[in-house]
Design a protein around this ligand. Structure first.
Ligand code: KIV
Length: 276
C-alpha cells in the first residue's frame, strides 16, 4: 500500500474474522458531522432505528420508516471513509416474509451504499437471514432485548435470566448457523453473554451484555449526554454535552435580549475593507 492510499472500510467478512481478537468498536450515528467524528475510531457505524427516539422524539422505535432509515443512512454514508456502514431494518420491513425482507434490505443497500443490514430476531428470523445472505445481503442479527418487540416482551427488560437463558442461546446459535456475520446482544446477563460468545463462531457485539463480548456498541447520543429522557444502566456517559449545549443556548438568549450580541466583530462595515 502506498503512503497515500486510504484504508478501506472493513466488510462483513473482515468483521467476522475479528472473532476473539481485539474488541470491535461501534457507535450509532444519524448525521454526517457525527459520522465524521467517529469514522477514524470505529470499526463499524450503525444507523440504528434508535434514530426515531433520539432525533425524532418518538416514544419507541416502532414507527420508524424505511424512508427515515434511508435519509439518515445517506447522511451517515457521506461522513464515513474508514468505518463500515450498517443500517437497521425498521419494524415491519422484514418480518412478513424472506421476500419482503430481501426487497427492503436490497433497497437500503442500493440507495445508501451500506455494506450490511441489521435486523432483530433469533430462531424465528433464521430462515429470513439465510435467504438474505444467500442472495448477497450481509446480515447482523440482534437478539436479547429487541426494542421493536417491547409490546410482546413487556418493556425494556433484561432477557435471558435463569430459565430464559436457553432460549436466548438458541437464538444466537440459530442466527450464526443461518449465516449472520455478527450478532448484537442487548441487555442479557453477563454470564449468558460470555457463554454465547464462547459458543458461537461469529463476533458478539454487546450493549448491556459483557466486557467479554467480541465488541461493544452504544447509542452515541447516550454516551455523549445529548439524550437525557432516560439513561439505561448499561450506558456510560463519556461526556455531558446536553447540559453544556443548553448553557451555551441560554447565554446566547441572554446576550440577544441584552443587545450584547452581535458585537462589533460580528457585523459588517458599510464599505469593504481595502485590500492593500
Ligand atoms: O437502534 C439502535 O441504536 C440499536 C443499537 C442499540 C444496537 O439497535
Amino acid at each position: 500500500m502506498s503512503a497515500t492510499a486510504k484504508k478501506q472500510a472493513p466488510n462483513a467478512e473482515d468483521i467476522r474474522a475479528r472473532k476473539g481478537g481485539t474488541p470491535l468498536v461501534s457507535l450509532t450515528a444519524y448525521t454526517t458531522p457525527m459520522a465524521r467524528l467517529m469514522d477514524a475510531h470505529c470499526d463499524f457505524v450503525l444507523v440504528g432505528d434508535s434514530v426515531g427516539m433520539v432525533l425524532h422524539g418518538l416514544t419507541s422505535t416502532l414507527s420508524v420508516t424505511m424512508e427515515m432509515m434511508i435519509l439518515h443512512g445517506l447522511a451517515v454514508a457521506r461522513g464515513l471513509d474508514k468505518a463500515m456502514l450498517v443500517i437497521d431494518m425498521p419494524f415491519a420491513s422484514y418480518e412478513e416474509s424472506p421476500q419482503q425482507a430481501f426487497r427492503n434490505a436490497a433497497r437500503l443497500m442500493a440507495e445508501t451504499g451500506c455494506a450490511a443490514v441489521k435486523l432483530e430476531g433469533g430462531v424465528e428470523l433464521a430462515e429470513t437471514i439465510r435467504f438474505l445472505v444467500k442472495r448477497g445481503i450481509p446480515v447482523m442479527a440482534h437478539i436479547g432485548l429487541t426494542p421493536q418487540s417491547i409490546n410482546t416482551l413487556g418493556g425494556y427488560k433484561v432477557q435471558g435470566r435463569e430459565e430464559q437463558a436457553e432460549a436466548v442461546l438458541a437464538d444466537a446459535r440459530a442466527v450464526a448457523e443461518a449465516g449472520a456475520f455478527s450478532v448484537v446482544l442487548e441487555k442479557v446477563p453477563q454470564v449468558l453473554a460470555d457463554r454465547i460468545t464462547a459458543e458461537v463462531a461469529i463476533p458478539t457485539i454487546g450493549i448491556g451484555a459483557s466486557v467479554g463480548c467480541d465488541g461493544q456498541i452504544l447509542v452515541v447520543d447516550d454516551m455523549l449526554g445529548f439524550f437525557t429522557a432516560f439513561k439505561p444502566k448499561f450506558v456510560k456517559r463519556y461526556a455531558d454535552l446536553g447540559p453544556l449545549a443548553e448553557t451555551a443556548i441560554a447565554e446566547y438568549a441572554a446576550e440577544v435580549r441584552a443587545r450584547s450580541f452581535p458585537a462589533a466583530e460580528h457585523v459588517f462595515a458599510d464599505q469593504a475593507p481595502s485590500k492593500g
